[in-house]
Design a protein around this ligand. Structure first.
Ligand code: F6R
Length: 241
């Protein structure tokens, strides 16, 4: 595992944006696994900026997002569809039909999840999976528990995750109780994983994830088994390493 620590979010995000851009330059039809949340916003900002200034095109790229809230329509302000359009898709030349996000509003969410896995399978292994980490060690919405799943599935969000994400909603009760998330399979099969962690409040969970036991109680700990893991940190997140 390769761990790099940065003094500012700008530097960290710039490194991550260049990492992604270099990959697309070398492989114009790259398949990218993308995350949402606060952490990658700076990365997407810089990616849009660099895309405008460079000749690198996303026309042949495909992206698969990790997760979506169950019950939020694609147009909902807090859906991850909206997030991706706002922070990335509207600023790059990625064709809309190349942007895949799990469906949170199908009548049969499990059937839609199986369709998502089929699309992932057809696209081939992800060339890069971008990840953040939850305070409880989740990656995507793979929450800590007795079991983890390889496939895309419906998950009941933990109280901790709903509380953490309630900052985007007016009321805690508005945070969906369920989500659809990519499982550990495509994440672990990705050719490379780029994990980004910021803030002192993630320092303890990061230490557990990188150096604690590999356990379903800390889903991010499985990343210790990934052969090509790069971890980008700010000084706060690196505090306990
Ligand atoms: C979001 C996702 C989550 C977040 C994690 C950290 O697509 O997959 O695992 O990466 O909850 O979120 P932030 O960056 O908001 O702290």
């Amino acid at each position: 595992m390769n761990i790099l620590t940065y003094t500012s979010n700008e530097e960290l995000s710039a490194y991550a944006a260049d990492f992604i851009l270099d990959l697309v330059r070398a492989k114009p039809d790259a398949v990218l696994g993308l995350a949402t949340g606060e952490t990658p916003i700076g990365v997407y900002e810089q990616l849009v900026d660099r895309h405008r200034k460079s000749q690198v095109s996303f026309r042949q790229v495909k992206v698969f997002n990790l997760d979506e809230y169950a019950g939020l329509s694609p147009g909902h302000e807090q859906s991850y569809q909206t997030y991706m359009r706002k922070h990335l898709f509207s600023g790059i030349d990625l064709p809309s039909e190349h942007a895949y996000i799990p469906c949170g509003i199908a009548d049969d969410l499990s059937a839609a999840a199986r369709d998502y896995d089929r699309l992932l399978e057809e696209a081939g292994p992800l060339d890069l999976q971008l990840l953040g980490i939850g305070h409880n060690g989740h990656i995507g919405f793979n929450e800590p528990g007795e079991e983890l799943y390889a496939e895309t599935h419906v998950v009941k969000l933990t109280d901790e995750t709903r509380a953490a994400n309630s900052r985007y909603f007016e009321l805690l009760e508005e945070v969906p109780e369920y989500a659809v998330t990519m499982g550990l399979g495509p994440i672990m099969r990705a050719r490379q994983v780029l994990l980004i962690v910021r803030g002192e409040n993630k320092a303890a969970v990061l230490k557990k994830a990188l150096y604690g036991p590999v356990t379903t109680q800390c889903p991010a700990s499985l990343l210790q088994l990934h052969p090509r893991l790069t971890v980008l940190l700010d000084e706060g997140a690196a505090k306990e390493l």
